[in-house]
Ligand binder design. Sequence first.
Ligand SMILES: O=C(OCc1ccccc1)c1cn[nH]c1
Length: 248
Amino acid sequence: MRIDIVTIFPEFFGVLDVSLLGKARRERLLELGVHDLREWTHDRHRTVDDTPYGGGAGMVMKPEPWGEALDALLGQAPAAEGERADALVVFPTPAGVPFTQALARELASESHIVFACGRYEGIDARVADDAATRARVLEVSLGDYVLNGGEVAAMAMIEAIGRLVPGVVGNPESLVEESHEAGLLEHPSYTKPQVWRGREVPEVLRSGNHAAIAAWRHEQSLERTRRVRPDLLPAAAEPEPGTGRQHG
Ligand SMILES: O=C(OCc1ccccc1)c1cn[nH]c1
């Protein structure tokens, strides 16, 4: 998979070289290109924003630099087998569809994703319409809050998607037992020592009885999901008050 990022803060993405994704890049599982939007400006001040039509506070990102940036980046990555041919342009924005593990899994099979990181009050709306003539376009929200720019959201999405690309994570088994993979939150985990500050690891986990361990873990996942994220459960499983596992 090739990922391109367009941003006015390219230095922000330097960290992608050192993390898990650094290994994936060295092994050619992921190609990453970071581009400064100002490369596609032509005025002395390298202007990327202007005042909004219709008035209102803040500034809007001009369409011209974005149009030229997306012209330059779309249609460059040939698709490997089992991947989509055309590119996908993702605009991180509070006004987008929710980014979920399911969406991350879908995007992990894309051959080419371009992240368009907006700043200020956003990007001129015509940019997404124009991009849609040459690629699939998706406005995606990381969550219901407002950031100063799309960079932090893009970083999170790239990590969530990148780790699902086959071969990126050493042991694919570890991708199954995660929160949100089976629609439930992950069970609590323990490691040595067996007793720590007077707290003992649940007996069942040391029993060697794999059926009992699996059952205990599933029950813990259900209980935790009921307590913390009842919205993830089918309607029937609404919690009675006071059933949550109390810490202490
Ligand atoms: O604030 C965000 O992106 C920055 C942004 C982009 C466009 C206009 C305003 C702000 C965001 C929140 N959840 N997901 C993304």
